[in-house]
Design a protein around this ligand. Structure first.
Ligand code: HEM
Length: 280
């Protein structure tokens, strides 16, 4: 094992292992939560398969900013600057209304119980399944933040023109490692038009595209072609020939992504009534 893989994954004030979550969190308070979210996500993805990508990206952009706390869903108000207008989100992050629909359903079934951050996490998983990806169990019990961070949304999220070292740094800062980065970057392209081989189908074709040097984003191709791509290149080759290894790693890394919790946000968090606004 080489140096890059041995680098410890530091977590700067965030839980990414042992978060305060549990698989049966809503067992007595909202036993139908998974069923309700699944039905709504099915409806959205069957009506337009591109909606699957919106759910997944919302969850990713949420968790990299203050942890998974639905801060990404907050609107600008006099009291609060949201993240929606930050450079990485404006005009490109979509699906807010789809989350509102799920939240409304849940509020009529189990009012005030299910956090928007949990909705984002479950919806991302269900969306991946619907486009042919793997299933994984989701620890639940996230809290919704009362704050957002426009600055972190600008700085923590990777950008398309960024080099490999910068992107790796952004993942390790969240307690994720290089393996997580390569596996999760597959989520990026696999279910969108960026995967021109099998758009809207979750598979490992993204990695075969990189092997051919045809990655659409500079940041993606860097994982195979950068001078620093010693580790990542091996992983790209592995996932290109072994879809099962990719699915397994993707599931594991999605759980880690969803487990990024900021203890301060968690301690002061709430279950919002409306995902776009903190409770009054
Ligand atoms: C590795 C670093 C990453 C970079 C540089 C990156 C960058 C981007 C960019 C530039 C887009 C196109 C946005 C647009 O068309 O407006 C995009 C789309 C997307 N990203 Fe990422 N991303 C990364 C990682 C991830 C991860 C880890 C996930 C989720 C696990 C993810 C999920 C998505 C999805 C689902 C889309 C498609 C959204 C749509 O079709 O509207 N990305 N990404």
């Amino acid at each position: 094992m080489s140096l890059l893989l041995m680098l410890p994954s530091f977590s700067f004030g965030i839980y990414s292992s042992n978060p305060p979550l549990s698989l049966d969190y809503y067992k007595s308070t909202c036993p139908t939560v998974l069923e309700i979210v699944r039905k709504e996500v099915e409806c959205a993805v069957f009506s337009d398969p591109r909606n699957a990508a919106f759910f997944v990206r919302l969850h990713f952009h949420d968790c990299f900013v203050q942890g998974c706390d639905a801060s990404v869903l907050l609107e600008d108000t006099i009291m609060l600057q949201g993240e929606k207008k930050s450079s990485n989100n404006i005009n490109s992050l979509k699906g807010y209304r789809l989350i509102d629909r799920i939240k409304n359903k849940l509020e009529s079934e189990c009012p005030g119980i299910v956090s928007c951050a949990d909705i984002l996490t479950i919806a991302a998983r269900d969306a991946i399944i619907l486009v042919g990806g793997p299933y994984w169990d989701i620890p639940l019990g996230r809290k919704d933040s009362k704050t957002a961070s426009y600055t972190q949304a600008d700085t923590n999220l990777p950008t398309a023109d960024e080099g490999l070292v910068g992107i790796m740094d952004k993942f390790t800062s969240q307690g994720l490692n290089i393996i997580d980065m390569v596996a999760l970057a597959g989520g990026d392209n696999n279910i969108t038009a960026m995967d021109y081989v099998t758009p809207n189908l979750f598979d490992n074709s993204f990695y075969t595209i990189l092997l051919r040097g045809e990655g659409l984003l500079h940041s993606d191709q860097e994982m195979f072609s950068s001078l620093f791509a010693i580790e990542t290149k091996e992983l790209v080759k592995k996932y290109a020939i072994d879809p099962i290894a990719f699915f397994e790693q993707f599931s594991e890394s999605m759980v880690k992504l969803g487990n990024i919790i900021d203890p301060d946000t968690f301690a002061t968090g709430e279950v919002r009534k409306n995902c776009r606004f903190v409770n009054t």
